[in-house]
Design a protein around this ligand. Structure first.
Ligand SMILES: Cc1cc2nc3c(=O)[nH]c(=O)nc-3n(C[C@H](O)[C@H](O)[C@H](O)COP(=O)(O)O)c2cc1C
Length: 179
C-alpha cells in the first residue's frame, strides 16, 4: 500500500472479527509505531495490549462513563490498547531550550496514537480511538505504573464492517496562506 492510499483510506473502524491479533503481527506494527516523533525524542508513550476478554468487558461496563456507544463497541472487541504516557517529562524541562508552552505530553500521546493507528492499517488492521473514557478506573484495573497517565483507548483488529468515510470541511475553510 503506498503512502497516499494509506492516508486517503484511513478511517475509524468499530466492528471487527473475533480474531485476536497475533504477537508476530503486533511486533511489526510496533516496529513502525515507535518511529513516531516526540518532544526531544523523549518517547513517553506506552502501549498496554489487552486481549483478555474479561478485562475488555470490565472496561466496557465501567470504564467509558456510561457512554453506551463505546460500551457496545468494546463488547465486540477482542483487541484493545490502553495508550498511556509517562508524566512530567515531555515539555517540562527548564533547560536553555525550554518553552512557556508546557502541554506537550498529550500532544506526544496524540501523535503516538495516530502512528499506531496508521501502523495497524499498514498491516491491514483497523482501529478506533476512544476518548470518552474513565482514565482513573482503567489505570487501576490494569495496574498502570503510577508514573503514567491514561491518554486514550484504541480498539483494533480485523475489520468486519461496511467501508464508509466521514465528511471533511472544505480545504479552503481550514487552510490559510500568507504569501
Ligand atoms: C481524541 C479522539 C477521541 C475520540 N473518541 C471517540 C469515542 O469515544 N468513541 C468513538 O466511537 N469514536 C471516537 N473517536 C473517533 C472519531 O469519532 C472519528 O475519528 C471522527 O468521527 C472522524 O471519523 P473517521 O476517523 O472515520 O475519519 C475519537 C477520535 C479522536 C481523535
Amino acid at each position: 500500500m503506498d503512502a497516499k492510499t494509506l492516508l486517503r483510506n484511513r478511517r475509524s473502524v468499530r466492528k471487527y472479527t473475533d480474531d485476536v491479533v497475533p504477537k508476530e503481527v503486533l511486533d511489526d506494527v510496533f516496529e513502525l509505531t515507535v518511529r513516531a516523533p516526540s518532544w526531544k525524542n523523549c518517547q513517553i508513550a506506552r502501549y498496554t495490549i489487552i486481549q483478555d476478554k474479561d478485562i475488555i468487558d470490565k472496561i466496557a461496563d465501567q470504564g467509558v462513563n456510561d457512554f453506551v456507544y463505546n460500551t457496545k463497541n468494546l463488547k465486540y472487541a477482542h483487541n484493545l490498547c490502553v495508550l498511556s504516557y509517562v508524566k512530567g517529562i515531555s515539555g517540562k524541562n527548564n533547560d536553555e531550550y525550554a518553552t512557556s508552552k508546557k502541554d506537550w505530553e498529550v500532544f506526544d500521546a496524540g501523535i503516538a496514537a495516530h502512528q499506531f493507528c496508521l501502523s495497524l492499517q499498514a498491516n491491514n488492521l483497523g482501529s478506533v480511538i476512544l476518548g470518552i473514557i474513565d482514565p482513573a478506573y482503567i489505570a487501576e484495573l490494569i495496574d498502570l505504573p503510577k508514573e503514567e497517565a491514561v491518554a486514550a483507548l484504541i480498539i483494533f483488529g480485523y475489520p468486519n464492517d461496511e467501508v464508509s468515510y466521514t465528511s471533511r470541511l472544505p480545504i479552503e475553510e481550514i487552510v490559510r496562506y500568507k504569501q
